[in-house]
Design a protein around this ligand. Structure first.
Ligand SMILES: [Zn+2]
Length: 197
C-alpha cells in the first residue's frame, strides 16, 4: 500500500491537489497500524520513507518521534476511529472546491442530477440531491474532532469539505478513496463553471 499510495500522491500533485507543501495522506496497514505523511514535503517528490507510524492513541510512535507529522494528523485519526473499515484517507487543496465554498454561506455543498454523483459512496443514480458537509476552517484540531463526531451522519459519502481550505476523501481501499476524491473535484468544477458562465 505504501508504494501504491506514494505513486498516487505524486499523480494527485500533478493534477493540482497539493500545491506548495500542502495536504497530507494516510493509510492503515495489514496490522491495522496507521501511517501518515510527514510535514513540509513537496508531494511531487514524496517517498515511501515520508510516512510516519502512529501509535494506538494517534500519536507519533516510538522510533519516529524526531519527525514532525502533518499538522492535520488528528483529522486522519478521527476518521479512522469513526469509520473502522476505512483504509485510506486523502486530502486535497484543489482550486474548484475551495472557490465554491468561498461563495457558499451554508454548511453543505449541494449537487443535483450529475452522472458523476455515482462516484460517491452509496450513490447509484444521477437522479437526486447529494449534500457534502462543509466545516469552517480552524487550526484547532480539537474543533474538527468535535465537529466530525457530532456530524458523523453527514459523512456517508466519503467526503467532507473545509471552507476555503480543501477537502478530505476516504475509502475502504485506495481505489475507492481516489474515486471519491476525483468525483467530488469534478462535481465542484462543473458547479463553479455553471455559476460563472
Ligand atoms: Zn489542508
Amino acid at each position: 500500500m505504501k508504494s501504491k499510495l506514494t505513486i498516487c500522491i505524486r499523480h494527485l500533485h500533478d493534477k493540482g491537489h497539493s500545491p506548495g507543501t500542502s495536504t497530507n495522506y494516510s493509510f492503515k496497514d495489514s496490522s491495522n497500524q496507521i501511517w501518515v505523511t510527514r510535514s513540509g514535503i513537496d508531494k511531487s517528490e514524496i517517498r515511501e520513507e515520508d510516512f510516519i507510524l502512529l501509535d494506538n492513541d494517534g500519536q507519533v510512535a516510538e522510533g519516529y518521534k524526531d519527525i514532525k507529522p502533518s499538522a492535520e494528523t488528528e483529522i486522519h485519526s478521527v476518521l479512522y476511529n469513526l469509520f473502522p473499515d476505512i483504509k485510506v484517507v486523502l486530502h486535497s487543496h484543489s482550486v474548484f472546491p475551495i472557490a465554491l465554498t468561498s461563495l457558499t454561506k451554508g454548511n453543505h455543498l449541494t449537487f443535483l442530477g450529475y452522472e458523476m454523483q455515482k462516484g460517491l459512496r452509496g450513490i447509484n443514480t444521477h437522479d437526486g440531491i447529494v449534500e457534502i458537509p462543509i466545516f469552517d476552517n480552524s487550526q484547532d484540531m480539537a474543533f474538527f474532532k468535535h465537529e466530525l463526531t457530532y456530524r458523523k451522519m453527514e459523512l456517508n459519502q466519503g467526503i467532507f469539505m473545509i471552507r476555503k481550505h480543501g477537502f478530505y476523501a476516504w475509502g475502504e481501499n485506495l481505489f475507492e478513496a481516489k474515486r471519491h476524491l476525483e468525483s467530488f473535484d469534478y462535481l465542484c468544477q462543473c458547479e463553479w463553471l455553471i455559476l460563472n458562465k
